[in-house]
Design a protein around this ligand. Structure first.
Ligand SMILES: Nc1nc2c(ncn2[C@@H]2O[C@H](COP(=O)(O)OP(=O)(O)O)[C@@H](O)[C@H]2O)c(=O)[nH]1
Ligand SMILES: [Mg+2]
Length: 299
């Protein structure tokens, strides 16, 4: 069984990347996704793309026992016998925790793909935000995608490439738009690059909400804008899938950038997840209930 671990900060493009590689292959592929929050948005994105995925039940790898991950991997192997297992840890999970869990299962052949969001990587690194966390995500990778280069100028693109090269001179790097690599990715037998000093865990607050159907598309964008401006705490990532007055839609907030697009099929449930450092959950719930009526609740 081939194993690919896809690591990268919140919103860097992990799910987008996996949609390419899982759709491209003739192999039987299963994605193990450990999304933050309980809303299972990535799981629904994968199934909409016809990709088999299993969600790790309990929140984020950084906070749960390795045992959950191992149990889930064993179950996937037993139930599905995939030829390719792709693991998407949540953007705040440390890839070395996943590697440890695999090693204990005697799974030692895998490739780690690290995805860097070129719009924010240098800035976050220089500001030493989240400590050594990003450094570990890049230094442990066999392949690094410098993604979202459509959104940066040449200068920042070059700076990002230089920083990635300094942090991990051995990695094969690609500069990508929408995490698309236009050639088959090499299979790398992962060498042990686990840093001696582990990055500390990042623990964020998360909030999962359900929304009633038929909410206005614009009202969700306005709400995300307010979230990004810090009205309800320091929010680093939010996403939503909702049946809106314009049709089913997907919304993303990644470090201040909001994007939205219509979704090509009906949704099983309307929901939003929000992740941040100091979430004012009570106010978010109140505001959401005021704007969208009583259809708002915890998941
Ligand atoms: N402009 C632009 N947007 C991108 C690119 N890659 C991903 N995105 C968008 O960034 C958001 C987060 O991507 P996603 O794959 O969900 O990130 P994840 O949280 O790491 O799984 C989505 O709205 C994507 O469509 C890119 O190269 N350029
Ligand atoms: Mg994702």
């Amino acid at each position: 069984m081939k194993i690919t671990i896809v690591s990268g900060m919140l919103g860097s493009g992990k799910t987008t990347f996996i949609q390419h590689i899982a759709a491209d292959t003739a192999q039987k592929t299963v994605v193990l996704v450990n999304d933050f929050g309980k809303a299972g948005i990535d799981g629904e994105l994968f199934s909409a793309a016809g990709i088999d995925s299993i969600e790790l039940p309990s929140g984020c790898i950084c906070c749960t026992l390795k045992i959950d991950l191992q149990t889930t991997i064993r179950k996937i192997i037993g139930d599905h016998a995939p030829e390719h297992l792709i693991i998407e840890p949540s953007g705040i999970a440390s890839p070395s925790g996943v590697i440890d869990a695999l090693a204990e299962l005697e799974l030692k052949q895998f490739t780690v793909v690290g995805i860097v969001d070129a719009t924010e990587f240098v800035e976050l690194y220089e500001a030493e935000m989240y400590g050594k966390f990003f450094q570990e995500q890049v230094s442990i990778a066999d392949i690094v995608l410098i993604n979202k280069i459509d959104l940066v100028d040449d200068d920042l693109r070059q700076k990002t490439a230089n920083l990635v090269n300094t942090l991990n001179p051995r990695a094969i790097t690609f500069e990508t738009v929408r995490a698309a690599v236009n050639e088959p990715l090499p299979d790398m037998g992962h060498e042990d690059r686990t840093p001696a000093e582990r990055a500390p865990r990042l623990c964020f607050d998360t909030l999962s909400l359900t929304l009633k159907s038929g909410v206005s598309f614009g009202s969700i964008e306005v709400f995300l804008k307010e979230l990004s401006q810090g009205v309800f705490g320091n929010i680093v990532r939010a996403k939503a899938l909702a049946e809106t007055d314009k049709g089913p839609a997907k919304f993303d907030l990644v470090f201040g950038n909001i994007s939205s697009e219509l979704f090509n099929r009906q949704l099983s449930e309307n929901r939003m997840v929000i992740i941040g450092e100091t979430l004012d959950s009570k106010r978010i719930l109140q505001e959401a209930a005021t704007r969208w009526g009583s259809g708002m609740s915890f998941l």
